[in-house]
Design a protein around this ligand. Structure first.
Ligand code: AMP
Ligand code: MG
Length: 279
């Protein structure tokens, strides 16, 4: 029973290939009738399972997982990384936060800096922002002409297909926060000395263009949710529901991959005899 509900969570928030997304149809405050206590208990079960599965993925050394996180400011990307991966051996996970491109990065095609950071076999890699910025902020701020950014959706789909065919499982998550909830979180950010350092005046510029960003997100999600590399729209207003849902999506992905420990290099008995011979 519990497992069925879990799979439903993954299915519920997945965008089907070809589906035309209207974000106003997706409630950022959704909790599927679950409460905080249940979500926190299941988050703990999920992070533990993710730790166990990642151990096998690392040992198998054949495939990898790429988790893409995209959201408006203060939606909780950083906290998602901290909580969902808390039980994973740090040896098997890497996180990359993509910032404004450097002049060297801008001197190359937009996927150059991305491709160099895709996960190696056995690893989980998290992209905190990603190549999608090149059809989001770049589009809204007109950093390149429309002819340039509008070609990028196809380039992204080709790039992601290539990664999948090379053994990388891709999971893309949009943390869906409401403007009202973002306001609360920005205020908290400004008034808490431990959080204020994260605030940038540019966050207000982005907030002012909320409708333009939603339009850009709708296009990116609609055009780039594929069987290989699906987008998930995760309700984010409640932290505990967001963390439970994202942990469930990652757990389901790893369970479906079912990584296997590699064959033994030597039978343990034979190794014991060798050891006895040495000592
Ligand atoms: P943060 O994630 O809050 O540390 O901020 C990183 C900033 O870098 C955000 O404002 C992003 O929109 C911006 N950024 C990331 N990738 C790109 C890109 N390809 N082009 C322009 N700005 C970007
Ligand atoms: Mg920021």
């Amino acid at each position: 029973m519990c497992y069925r509900v879990a799979m439903d969570v993954t299915k519920q928030f997945r965008v089907k290939p070809g589906e035309r997304v209207r974000l106003s149809d997706w409630d950022p405050g959704e909790t599927l009738g679950m409460d905080r206590e249940e979500c926190e208990r299941r988050l703990a079960e999920n992070t533990e399972a993710i730790g166990r599965l990642q151990h096998r993925l690392y040992a198998e050394h054949k495939r990898s997982v790429l988790v893409v996180l995209q959201a408006m400011d203060a939606a909780g990307k950083d906290s998602t990384v901290r909580h969902v991966l808390r039980d994973v051996n740090p040896q098997g996970v890497l996180v990359t936060s993509f910032k404004r491109p450097t002049s060297n990065e801008l001197a190359h095609d937009f996927l150059w800096r991305i491709h160099r950071r895709t996960p190696r076999r056995g690893h989980i890699r998290v992209f905190n922002r990603s190549h999608y910025e090149d059809v989001l902020v770049v589009r809204v701020e007109s950093l390149v002409p429309k002819e340039v950014w509008s070609r990028r959706y196809d380039a992204i789909n080709d790039f992601e297909r290539n990664l999948c065919e090379s053994g990388t499982e891709i999971v893309k998550i949009y943390l869906n926060i409401s403007p009202e909830r973002q306001r609360e979180k920005l205020v908290r950010r400004l008034t808490d000395p431990d959080r204020a350092w994260k605030f940038e005046p540019a966050d207000f510029e982005t907030r002012k263009k909320w409708a333009h960003y939603m339009e850009a997100y709708e296009d990116a999600i609609s055009r780039c949710s594929t069987d290989n590399a699906p987008w998930f729209i995760v309700p984010t207003n409640r932290k505990w529901f967001r963390l439970f849902t994202i942990s469930q999506i990652l757990r389901d992905t790893l369970e479906r991959m079912d990584p296997q420990l590699p064959p033994l290099k030597i039978e343990p008995e034979a190794a014991m005899r060798l050891l006895d011979g040495i000592d």
